[in-house]
Design a protein around this ligand. Structure first.
Ligand code: NAD
Length: 476
């Protein structure tokens, strides 16, 4: 039995408030902004358009909660208990999160559904870290002295996030910061602020004290200013940022103001490398999941498919056949495999790369907007495959962040490693082969923060470090 398509006529846009020092409130300016559906342009939610005055109030609240309340010095088990209660509440209210994410991001139900359980698992893992973290005793070096290291919370942490995983990314950062005894000022993306506010409500219900987590919501223009303000502030001790490489550089520059710690999770152009001896059907399925899930709007998307000479045409045929099953549609319809892109700007960006690709490579399938009238009001792009892509061309080197796959042929393992590493990014990679020597050597040669063998996106393994080489980020 499939779940019914949500009834749109009864839907009313949600009217949100921001959370500052335990109070749900409007922006100090009184201004609001509206998020519209990427599927049909209808209003989905309205938010306070918070500016720097709101950000300052949130920072002051977080500073006070860290410097003058018991939050950072409470027994770790108490902080863990709050996170575990919040994890249960997240699971219990998963449908509300799914609905908000599907409507705001355009992410189909089968993917939106995964966010609340994954965020809950993140809280549970943070709760374990809270009670297990410990320092060391240095006992052997002199007969009379004993050295101790202790783990301490860093202080106030700024959390700045993008829209593509609006709950998981926020929960992972906020959960670990709170587990350590830090306090938080969070600024989610203006395209998907609902999930962060719903998560804040859940944490408050679970017993999180006022000021430990503050969430401000801002429109696109105010958002960059508020992000800069948090990154610059003397009162903030660390900023953890996920987003584009350009914004990450701006965060890093601002953070130099008080030499605050910075964690950056940025863009990617990840190689998915298929050798001739691989299970080609499994590799083709991996290529599909690698680049088309969430319509390609995944930082780790395997957007470059490197295929060994001799099997390239066969792999392209298999991938094209599987692409036929990628049904575009309403994100709220359980049958939909791919939803729209998140916004007009992203649509224009992908269209620009499609027209460059048509000049630079051989377009095999897709390459434009779908002709189906039912999709006319959404930011849809057909799943697209370019073959015979020049490794030096823009569609081979730049992050498109859309459902576009660039196929590049290679000769040898050394060739694959050279082409695979030839971008400014180093976020993820995969290798498909039955030869263990090839797997290990190519995996070691590729400069990627996450590397998979005979799968893409990690086959469900969680708890591994996450981050990137080169301009894909800083920190794990
Ligand atoms: P973005 O950089 O435009 O925005 C991300 C966040 O930063 C938003 O909250 C935004 O308001 C804020 N921001 C924008 N300009 C800022 C500035 N100058 N200073 C401080 N904050 C600023 O990114 P996006 O379009 O929301 O997300 C897509 C990008 O995110 C892609 O490049 C993708 O690869 C990347 N991403 C990376 C990861 C990862 O873990 N490596 C995960 C998801 C997304």
């Amino acid at each position: 039995m499939t779940a019914p398509v949500k009834e749109k006529t009864t839907f009313k846009p949600t009217h949100y408030q921001q959370l500052v020092n335990g109070q749900w409130e409007d922006a100090r300016s009184g201004k609001r902004f509206t998020r519209t559906s990427p599927f049909d342009g209808s209003p989905v939610a309205t938010y306070p358009d918070s500016g720097v005055a709101d950000a300052e109030a949130a920072i002051v609240a977080a500073r006070h909660a860290f410097d003058a309340t018991s939050w950072p010095t409470r027994p770790a088990a108490e902080r863990a208990g709050i996170l575990l209660r919040a994890a249960k509440l997240l699971r219990d209210s998963a449908d509300e999160f799914t609905d908000s994410i599907a409507r705001e991001v355009g992410k189909p139900m089968w993917m939106s559904d995964r966010e609340a359980p994954a965020a809950a698992a993140g809280f549970e893992s943070a709760a374990r870290l809270a009670v297990e973290a410990h320092g060391d005793a240095i006992t052997q070096q002199t007969p009379t002295a004993l050295g101790l290291t202790i783990k301490e919370p860093i202080g106030v942490v700024g959390v700045i996030t993008p829209w593509n995983y609006p709950l998981i990314l926020v929960a992972r950062k906020v959960g670990t910061a709170l587990a350590a005894g830090c306090t938080v000022v969070c600024k989610p993306s203006h395209y998907s602020s609902g999930a962060a506010l719903l998560m804040a409500r859940v944490l408050a219900e679970a017993g999180l004290p006022a000021g430990a987590l503050n969430v401000v919501t801002s429109s696109e223009d105010e958002g960059a200013l508020v992000g800069q303000y948090i990154s610059f502030s003397d009162k903030v001790d660390m900023v953890t940022f996920t987003g584009s490489t350009d914004s990450g550089k701006a965060v890093m520059r601002a953070a130099a103001n008080n030499v605050k710690r910075v964690a950056l999770e940025l863009g990617g152009k990840s190689p998915n490398v298929i050798f001739a001896d691989a299970d080609l059907e499994a590799a083709a399925e991996g290529a599909i999941a690698g680049v088309f899930n969430n319509s390609g709007q995944i930082c780790q998307a395997g957007s470059r498919l490197l295929v060994q000479k001799g099997v390239k045409d066969e792999v392209v045929q298999r991938v094209v056949r599987l692409m036929g099953a990628l049904t575009l549609g309403d994100p709220l319809d359980p049958k939909t495999k791919l939803g729209p892109l998140v916004n007009e700007r992203q649509l224009k960006r992908v269209e620009r790369y499609l027209s460059e690709g048509k000049k630079e490579a051989n377009l095999v399938v897709g390459g434009g907007r779908p002709t189906d009238h039912a999709l006319a009001n959404g930011h849809f792009i057909e799943p697209t495959l370019f073959d015979e892509v020049d490794p030096a061309s823009s569609i081979a080197r730049e992050e498109i962040f859309g459902p576009v796959l660039s196929v590049i042929e290679f000769d040898s393992a050394a060739d694959a490693v050279r082409i695979g590493n030839d971008t400014i990014f180093g976020l993820a990679a995969a290798v498909w082969t039955k030869n263990i020597d090839t797997a290990i050597n190519v995996a070691k040669g590729l400069r990627a923060g996450s590397l998979w063998v005979n799968c893409y996106h990690g086959a469900g393994i969680s708890g591994q470090p996450f981050g990137g080489y080169k301009q894909s980020g800083l920190g794990r």
